[in-house]
Design a protein around this ligand. Structure first.
Ligand SMILES: Nc1ncnc2c1ncn2[C@@H]1O[C@H](COP(=O)(O)OP(=O)(O)O)[C@@H](O)[C@H]1O
Ligand SMILES: [Mg+2]
Length: 188
């Protein structure tokens, strides 16, 4: 097993041990730290995934974005090309589960939003370094998407998902900030 997969498995194991009260406590702190951040406050269009437990909860963040007058765009995976497109949702009922048990936008009911129109992209992942390099779920979707995206990036993570190091490959693209339950890490 390569190092990336070893760490992916270790982190999935670690995440699976997070109790529901701590999952909620940390997710709420992360959300609060996000709302206090200028990148959130200044952004109108937010790109974000719909979380699947035990990923940091994003349902509360999506609701908050709507309540704050922001637009929410959600990724749709295109497995053949390993590509992502983002689609604006205005209600949770515009989601469906087709790929990997993830909730994704229903294409027919939502409008695609191009990368140049997204202000802040919240990139999902399993583990991060302090430099913002991320270990995703292994599809490389964001490593392919980010070269064509010039807006702000960040990741949301439980504090234990920030680890000292892992093997970074040439195609890996870092995020600019990591917001944890404890701190905001500026990576570059
Ligand atoms: N920009 C890219 N162009 C082509 N292949 C890529 C690109 N980015 C990633 N890949 C491929 O996608 C696969 C998964 O990438 P990896 O970085 O391990 O996943 P993740 O970023 O999801 O953790 C690798 O085989 C990698 O070679
Ligand atoms: Mg990668």
């Amino acid at each position: 097993m390569n190092e990336k997969n070893f760490i992916r498995n270790e982190m999935k194991e670690r995440l699976s041990k997070l109790s529901k009260p701590y999952y909620e406590h940390y997710s709420y702190k992360i959300a609060t730290n996000l709302y206090n951040h200028e990148d959130w406050q200044q952004s109108k269009v937010i790109g974000i995934t719909v979380s699947k437990e035990p990923e940091v909860d994003t349902y509360q963040i999506i609701r908050k974005a709507w309540e704050s007058g922001k637009e929410v765009v959600i990724p749709k995976c295109h497995p053949k090309k390993k590509a992502l497109t983002f689609h604006k949702i205005t209600k949770f009922s515009q989601l469906e589960s087709v790929f990997y048990g993830l909730f994704e936008p229903i294409i027919e009911q939502t409008i695609e939003v191009k990368p140049e129109n997204i202000d802040l992209l919240i990139v999902p992942g399993l583990a991060y370094t302090n430099e913002g390099f991320r270990l995703g779920f292994g599809g490389g979707y964001y490593d392919r998407y980010l070269p064509g995206y010039n807006g702000k990036t960040m990741a949301l993570a439980f504090h234990f998902q920030v680890i000292s190091q892992f093997d970074i490959e040439e195609h890996d693209i870092p995020v600019s900030k990591i917001i944890t339950n404890n701190e905001v890490i500026n990576t570059k």
